[in-house]
Design a protein around this ligand. Structure first.
Ligand code: ADP
Ligand code: MG
Length: 831
């Protein structure tokens, strides 16, 4: 570093030392942001820019106008970025320019469009534990959505947090010592686990942070006064974004406590097995969300995702949604009109965040106004409806006519991206601005006239009045004409073919033009900031409007799909019965263009149809069928219509699915151990109101092991009074059909196949009764195995099948062996 750089380096080191570890500092130097030392070494390869050295200090830099793109790349790589600006005018500064970190961007708090996906929230999570309770707070900085949930165990915390897929998590520093919590959280947030100072999570401090931010006297209104874990987590999160990251938080206006008991609990494995929503980077097409999503707005898309993985359990709320869909389905012109109006609404939640944060421009303001213009038509249509939910949504929307009128009057139709260079404010809005603009314009006319008169006076036809940033206005005369230059011209610059001059008159007018232009720009900026403030003042009502529009969008999207795909309204009950006529798999029926989808019936209850065993050869359609039942139940409880001719659904409290290990390879968690852990979790957590879907349990080990485990699991689900959940069990172990011989709640079904000239024809129809064989040998023959092998396999199969029933007529596989008494066993161990 050269000598005069030293004070600046001192300033750099000072600012850097105030930053938390692992933050890359973007240090503003003129038109660039520079990174130094380790920061430069880390960032240069990610940003694909040259790493240079000055006096052996490694450094790299990016141009200021493209900074967002570079920040986005570092954030996507899991880094944090602090932006340090020059906070005084470089020309006005005495000594070194004052600099300050104005914001720190982290993966969980990013608001840049280049990082965010419009249809999904980007959550920062906070976790705080108090006694046995885990508090989880989730904040989407980009929309201001802020809420919390309690979890009674690490397992449940795990289920909840993974579904929200936060991109960053903050916990008290002391919790970092809790290995199991730390490892689990680090795994859930792809490594972006940050520790915050312990005291910020302390109940009293955290409560204070919340109360002050939300402008309330107590947290009673949010239902969380006294809830140490939740409040701790929420306060910790809020402190982190406000103080540590120095971010604008004006758009975070409320906090909601979500009670787990209000939602159908779906663990992570279930969400994945049923392909409810696309995971990061996964195509939406083959998921339930992809099938149902024809939302018109980003708010709607985000809410639909939430509905998909957080179905309801309260009958009243579920039927309220069904009722609303039913109204829209019954009035197609209304539905079409609503969807048309929704199409004009922009992402109001993220717009209001940007406008509030100050990193905004005229385009955001116009977009808000354009969106608000759809409200009168939406409200007008909703007012005529007698449905509770829909008219309620109309009531939560605000037209804000004065604000819309102000924006229309003040801001031009297509404002520039910049806010300090003018061109934003409409003519006629402000008299002083109009005056300044006309002075500037007159100046320009004068200049044109001046050029013409000087051409005549000097007789130089090619004389030109021009303008550049260095000299302002000047007169340019080509080399050949220099002899005719009058005395009052002052030479400024010599070029190859021409010379440039200025005159006192020219400078005088230039000052007038520039002055007027400068003042106009400054005034425009002030006027713009006033309009912006008027929008910010309406944040709460705009957010309410955006939320209601999102909900209406989801309902109309579901109604549209119901009509397009012939879904029907399910009959919801508090009972135990799940009865489906002509049910279809919502996603598979979309894909099977080769083959028409064959509908199937289902009957489940807690008495004689509690455990349904579905057998049939590979590829028959077992997995599709059992998933379709789970999906129909989930769709019904999220408030959607369902792909069935008729469905009666007794509300369930949890849906569990487990897929046998070898079917699960694609998801990369294929060990038999995981399979058993998840099965154990089901057996330990299911209740009589749960729905369990087991697909090929026991497949991850040897056949005998597998059958034995599958058999014992089925027995437990059937016999154990506290579990006794409705269960669908698909298996290619046709031996399991023997379960029905002795257990009255077990029913056998199989997927019909026809053997035709050595070929298997799949009929896809679920029919009562067990399948009598696994058809493995037929498949082997189709695959071209030598006849000798096929014949020998048949022989061995016959041997194995002999003696399937024991002397008493019980299936021999199920017989209990005499056990040694406990005492005997203990004695044996001792001696
Ligand atoms: P299994 O679990 O019995 O091996 P799958 O459920 O995986 O069989 O089904 C195999 C394929 O059969 C599916 O990918 C799907 O394309 C098709 N299929 C399944 N059920 C049906 C159905 N009811 N109607 C039409 N095609 C179906
Ligand atoms: Mg299968």
């Amino acid at each position: 570093m050269s000598d005069e750089m030293t004070p600046m380096m001192r300033q750099y080191r000072q600012i850097k030392s105030e930053m938390p570890d692992g933050v890359v500092l973007f240090f503003r130097l003129g038109d660039f942001y520079e990174m130094f030392f380790e920061d430069a070494k880390t960032a240069a390869p990610i940003l694909d820019i040259a790493l240079t050295r000055r006096n052996s200090v490694p450094m790299c830099g990016v141009p200021f106008h493209a900074v967002d793109g570079y920040i986005a790349r570092l954030i996507k790589a899991g880094l944090k970025v602090a932006v340090c600006e020059q906070v005084e005018d470089a020309s006005a500064a005495k000594g070194i320019v004052k600099r300050e970190v104005t914001r720190i961007v982290t993966p969980g708090t990013a608001t840049e469009d280049s990082i965010l996906e419009s249809g999904r929230h980007n959550f920062l999570a906070g976790v705080c534990c108090a006694g046995d309770v885990f508090g989880l707070a989730l904040l989407d900085m980009s929309t201001g959505l802020f809420f919390g949930e309690e979890a009674g165990s690490l397992q449940i915390l795990c289920d909840i947090i993974r579904r929200y897929a936060p991109t960053e998590c903050i916990i008290p520093a002391e919790s970092m010592n809790d290995m199991s919590l730390r490892d689990f959280l680090a795994g859930s947030v792809s490594g972006n686990l940050t520790s915050g100072e312990d005291w910020t999570f302390d109940y009293d401090t955290a409560r204070d942070t919340m109360v002050r931010h939300l402008g309330v006297h107590s947290l009673d209104g949010f239902g969380c006064e006294g809830k140490r874990a939740i409040v701790g987590a929420a306060g910790g999160v809020l402190y982190y974004v406000k103080e540590d990251l120095r971010r604008q938080t004006g758009h975070i206006r409320s906090f909601a406590l979500r009670m787990s008991s209000e939602f159908l609990l779906l663990d992570e494995a279930t969400c994945g097995n049923l392909d409810l929503v696309p995971l990061r980077g996964q195509a939406a097409k083959f998921t339930l969300m992809g099938t149902l999503d024809v939302t018109k707005t980003a708010m709607g898309a985000r809410m639909l995702r939430d509905w998909c993985w957080r179905p309801l359990v309260e009958l009243r709320k579920i039927t309220e949604r069904h009722e609303a869909i039913s109204v829209l389905c019954g009035n197609r012109p209304l539905l079409a009109n609503l969807r048309d109006s929704l199409g004009h609404v922009r992402d109001m939640e993220r717009l209001i965040m940007r406008i509030g944060s100050g990193m905004t421009n005229g385009r955001d303001i116009v977009a808000i106004s354009e969106s608000l213009k759809s409200v009168p038509s939406l409200r007008g249509q909703l007012e005529k409806i007698e449905d509770g939910l829909l008219s309620g949504l109309g009531g939560s929307m605000f037209e804000l006519p004065e604000l819309v009128a102000l924006i229309d009057k003040a801001i031009v139709d297509e404002p520039p991206v910049t806010v300090k260079e003018g061109g934003i404010i409409r003519a006629g809005y402000n008299a002083e601005l109009d005056e300044l603009r006309s002075i500037a314009a007159k100046g320009r006319t004068w200049l044109a006239e001046y050029q013409a008169s000087e051409q005549t006076r000097t007789g130089i036809k090619t004389l030109k009045v021009r303008h550049n940033r260095v000299f302002g206005y000047y007169i340019e005369i080509s080399k050949g004409q220099l002899g005719n230059v009058p005395d009052n011209y002052n030479r400024k610059q010599t070029l190859v073919n021409a010379e440039r001059f200025i005159t006192p008159e020219l400078k005088e007018y230039e000052t007038k033009v520039f002055d007027a232009q400068d003042r106009a720009m400054a005034l425009e900026y002030d006027l713009f900031m006033n309009v912006r403030q008027a929008v910010v003042d309406e944040t709460a009502r705009i957010q309410s409007t955006a939320g209601a529009i999102g909900c209406l969008d989801v309902i109309s999207s579901l109604a549209d799909r119901a009509l397009a795909m012939r879904y029907t309204r399910p009959v919801m009950t508090e009972g135990d019965v799940v009865k489906i006529k002509g049910g279809r798999h919502p996603v598979v029926e979309q894909m099977s263009d080769r083959e028409r989808f064959v509908p199937n019936d289902t009957e489940l209850d807690c008495v004689s149809n509690q455990l349904i065993i579905i057998t049939g050869p590979n590829m028959a359609g077992k997995s599709t069928y059992i998933r379709q039942v789970a999906l129909i139940v989930i769709m019904a409880q999220m408030g959607s219509f369902v792909p069935a001719d008729h469905a009666e659904i007794g509300v369930v409290d949890r849906v569990f699915t487990r897929v046998g290990a070898s079917d699960d390879l694609a998801r990369g968690r294929s060990t038999f151990m995981v399979e058993m852990q998840e099965t154990a979790n089901i057996l330990n957590s299911a209740t009589g109101r749960s729905l369990i879907v087991l697909d090929e349990i026991g497949r991850g080990t040897s056949t005998f092991d597998g059958i034995s485990i599958a058999w014992a699991v089925a027995e437990y689900l059937h016999n154990n009074e506290s579990v006794k959940a409705k269960t669908l069990f698909a298996t290619h172990y046709h031996e399991l059909t023997d379960l029905a011989l002795t257990m009255q709640g077990v029913k056998n079904y199989n997927v019909q196949v026809k053997e035709k000239n050595d070929k298997i024809v799949f009929l896809r129809k679920i029919v009562p009764g067990g399948s009598d064989k696994s058809y493995g040998i037929q498949v082997a023959r189709l695959a071209g195995m030598p006849q000798e092998v096929i014949d020998r396999a048949k022989e061995i199969l016959a041997n194995l099948e002999e003696g399937e029933l024991g002397e008493t007529g019980q299936p021999s596989i199920a017989k209990h062996r005499p056990r040694k008494s406990r005492d005997d066993a203990a004695q044996m161990d001792l001696f």
